[in-house]
Design a protein around this ligand. Structure first.
Ligand code: TMP
Ligand code: ASP
Length: 255
């Protein structure tokens, strides 16, 4: 991990220069943060599980015609991705009220929304990822109108696809966050592709029968059983890491 050139280190992942031009290696850490870095912890084995979960979901989305940055998983904690220029806008899709929307509009958690709601947040940790509108995105030049159109339509297609996929394994997709990147081909043509990750770090997933939370809210709210919840999501997806149990030293959350 130290032999490669580090390009960027985020809260839960590290990006390294990839083996070929135009590629990066995305390394998944066990670190967890919440409330814009105010709360920090380690969820042992999370990186291994998230690497698998994101691989699986990105591959399924690609089969459904969604362009993504994912190339292939390299090992327990790393995946090869295409190098993209990240659009500094986090796209959140909500189906059921939970988290910040409950506070903002005084809605009870668990209330179904009249329809899926898409929100944009400016990806800026110093500012705490503020909620923004399309006007801010275009006026400040974070993305152009056609790029916003692409991100919106892709996000709604991803929501439909993932909602069905999770329903099939007894999980309700409450909300989730996506990031997109600009991928340039050899003729310098650009297209918007899904980037970053899709994991229980950036989704809310509730068990259909019990409403039990199976995502990072367990960490945010000190509910315990965080790694077990991620393991259960992986198990239901049929992708529990088969070999490297040595890398998952058993569930343990340290704060
Ligand atoms: P929120 O309710 O805190 O606004 O979060 C909505 C969804 O987006 C939730 O599934 C968590 C995810 N999310 C992130 O992954 N990263 C972030 O920085 C934020 C604000 C939300
Ligand atoms: N990922 C963000 C953070 O680490 C927000 C969150 O997930 O609660 O602060």
């Amino acid at each position: 991990m130290t032999r490669r050139r580090k390009i960027y280190e985020g809260k839960a992942k590290v990006l390294f220069k990839g083996p070929e031009p135009g590629t990066l290696v995305q390394y998944f850490k066990d670190d967890a943060t919440a409330f814009n870095n105010e709360k920090k912890g380690v969820i042992t084995g999370k990186g291994v599980l998230n690497n698998r979960i994101s691989e699986y979901l990105m591959l399924r989305l690609a089969e459904a015609g969604i362009p993504t940055h994912f190339v292939r998983r390299l090992n327990m904690r790393e995946q090869l991705v295409k190098e993209v220029e990240i659009v500094p806008v986090e796209v959140v899709v909500r189906n059921i009220a939970a988290g910040s929307i409950c506070k903002r509009f005084n809605i009870e958690e668990g209330t179904p929304l009249p329809r899926s709601i898409v929100e944009y947040y400016y990806k800026n940790d110093e500012l705490g990822d503020p909620l923004i509108s399309e006007e801010h995105i275009t006026a400040f030049g974070w993305a152009g109108p056609p790029e916003i159109d692409d991100m919106l339509s892709l996000s709604l297609r991803i929501n439909d696809f993932l909602s069905g996929l999770f329903l099939g394994i007894g999980l309700r997709l409450i909300d989730f966050k996506l990031e997109y990147g600009r991928l340039y081909d050899e003729n310098d043509q650009m297209r918007i592709v899904l980037a970053d990750e899709i994991t229980p770090d950036g989704c809310r997933l509730w068990d259909i029968e019990t409403n039990e939370k199976m995502d990072k809210d367990r960490f945010r709210r000190d509910m315990g059983g965080v790694a077990e919840a991620y393991q259960e999501v992986a198990r239901r997806l049929g992708i529990t890491p088969e070999s490297g149990q040595q890398d998952i030293k058993g569930p343990k959350t340290i704060q």
